[in-house]
Design a protein around this ligand. Structure first.
Ligand code: UT7
Length: 353
């Protein structure tokens, strides 16, 4: 059976920097509040109508393909993870294929929608395809353009100050080298609290999801017109993400260590064997908490939420790519990845670099 190796990585962050003080121009917030609660100092927002989730992903993919030393024609399959796609459908997989000029090869394109765990879910899927020998080279892209869908008024401040835009990509390849590559992936979910971190609208519930009429859902006997209602359009926040931050925080600090220990136990490693830990960049306080539980020294934790905010599916690969570019990820290192987010979904992976 093949092992799955990362042979090239790239990242793309939009140029425009929005500091916490910039955010305070739109809503009642402060640099002090945001830094103290999240660690975030600034984030990047893409240029509206000039960039999209798939075009940002394409810029990251071009770098990853070049660094992998392969040609676009060598790519057998595309996986794209995002929760902020260009269109409701089709997904970004086919859009990036077109953007990269790869339509003539007609390879499959799969879209992954697993929120903050999207990267590890996608990595796990790619790993299975490669292990079985179905595909040799997979282009895996994660990209988010949250800035188009956030509520920048004070009522959306607990969510909008956290998120940023960005993309990262990797080329994954099958190798016969048993000492290298993805060792294990662990995927979990529990839908009990699905609405506690969610963008509810638009959707087939037609505003009926809480079992009340407060969201102005149309007459159920009338066909059509239920995806987006006038009430949703008239009410700030109804077409934006919402989050029960405290519940998410409390669950995340429990699930992160749990799923990491699951991966370590499966492979016979202990926390001290980890050379580099790249958690999903949700909140610096969450990452620091997990670092403490695992007793990892500062130099083993990768944190760039300060510069980019939370870029959901793209956050782990952006952080991993940046750490690699800085020389922090070396040949033979045990790399630990973990994520938790909306769903709730959570996941971990161990890679020997
Ligand atoms: O990647 C997906 C996974 N997401 C996460 O892991 C996020 C997990 N949760 C968190 O990171 C934190 O819960 C937040 C950073 C979102 C919020 O921090 P918190 O310490 O849990 O604050 P809170 O929600 O309990 O709110 C405390 C106060 C409230 O005011 P009152 O009711 O005490 O008067 C909020 O209205 O802070 C207020 N607040 C803000 N104030 C200034 C909420 N957002 C802001 C803001 N600026 N941006």
């Amino acid at each position: 059976m093949k092992n799955t190796k990362v042979i090239g990585m790239g990242k793309y962050l939009p140029e425009d920097v929005y500091t916490n003080d910039d955010m305070a121009k739109y809503m009642d917030t402060s640099d002090e509040w945001i830094q103290e609660r999240t660690g975030i100092k600034e984030r990047r927002f893409a240029r509206k109508h000039k960039e999209t989730t798939s075009t940002m992903g394409a810029r990251a993919a071009e770098i990853a393909i070049e660094r992998a030393g392969i040609e676009k024609k060598d790519i057998d399959f595309i996986i794209f993870a995002t929760i902020s796609p260009d269109y409701y459908f089709p997904g970004c997989g086919v859009l990036i294929q077109r953007e990269l000029g790869m339509t003539e090869y007609e390879v499959g394109a799969l879209d992954i929608r697993n929120q903050c765990s999207g990267f590890i879910y996608g990595l796990s899927v790619a790993d299975q395809f490669i292990k079985t020998g179905m595909y040799k080279n997979i282009l895996f892209v994660c990209s988010e353009m949250h800035s188009m869908g956030l509520d920048f008024s004070t009522s959306g401040r607990n969510v909008s100050v956290i998120f940023g835009d960005g993309a990262a990509a990797m080329v994954l390849q099958g190798t016969d080298d048993n000492d290298k590559g993805v060792l294990t992936t662990h995927l979990h979910s529990n839908g009990t609290h699905a609405e506690e971190l969610a963008m509810i609208n638009p959707g087939s519930h037609g505003g009926h999801y809480l079992g009340t009429e407060q969201y102005g859902y149309p007459d159920p006997d009338v066909l059509g017109g239920v995806f987006i209602t006038q009430t949703m359009l008239d009410t700030t926040g109804q077409l934006a993400p919402n989050m029960n931050g405290q519940l998410v925080f409390k669950t995340a600090v429990k699930k992160f260590p749990e799923v990491i220990m699951e991966a370590l136990n499966k492979t016979g490693y202990s926390p001290e064997d980890i050379d580099i830990f790249v958690p999903h960049q949700a909140n610096l306080r969450i990452s620091k908490f997990v670092q403490k539980v695992l007793k990892l020294p500062d130099e083993k934790l990768v944190s760039n939420i300060q510069k980019y905010g939370n870029t959901t599916a793209a956050s782990i690969p952006i952080a991993l790519c940046e750490a690699w570019e800085e020389g922090r990820v070396k040949d033979g290192d045990l790399v630990c990845l973990a994520a938790f987010g909306s769903g709730f979904t959570w996941a971990s992976a161990l890679i020997i670099w």
